[in-house]
Write a protein of this length. Sequence first.
Length: 261
Amino acid sequence: MDLGIKGRTAIVCAASKGLGKACAFALAREGVNLVINARTENELNKTADEIRAQTGVTVTAIAGDVTTEKGQDRLIAACPNADILVNNAGGPPPGDLRTTDREAWLKAIEANMLTPILLTRALIGGMADRKFGRVVNITSAAVKAAGAYAMLGLSVGARSGLTGAAAVLARQVAAQNVTINNLLPGRFETARMRDNLVFSASKAGVPVEQEEARLQKEIPARRFGDPAEFGAACAFLCSAQAGYITGQNIVIDGGAFPGLL
């Protein structure tokens, strides 16, 4: 399927690795020019070179911390008329909310709630004026199934705030062909997931391999996700054909979420 977005421009945050990188590659393969961001300049430049070599699109790498005002300003200045925005940031560390301090909460809210809201606010007016815009927020399956991710309370809290804000904004700009959707990943083969796996294995006092087998058994697909699968879903939500999908929370977790809705 031709997604109808060749020649458009996208900002993809936290794109040097993991799910952000997968989304950037998927968009590039559709002919979308990219502005990608991450904190580690060497890794970001390496990813930019890979995407250019494999797809031929224009890739601008903006290294910096997008959770800061300076980082956000640099990113917007590099691409003030983006057609597509993929909001993404590493989640806060796992832990027990009963012992989580104020500073940890503020960092989580800044990174996983306020940053995507502020980036969206900066770009959404231009998208509405041009009658095309796609915003995809990478959140977490934990937002819908908090009980299954007890040690990710900071992530659940901050991303739930983003979910509410996105729901309101999506309805305000839908008539201008601007969509805002949230993609909620379950367990994918990323460095972040591996870190969480080590943490949960340590808490349970079992080998990492045993914890991995246990978690895979809980997933009907009996495996962790491939980031490329996630990237493909993101690209479709950014497509011309997805203009009637907005304000949605789409779980991609191999069937692990047990609910009907």
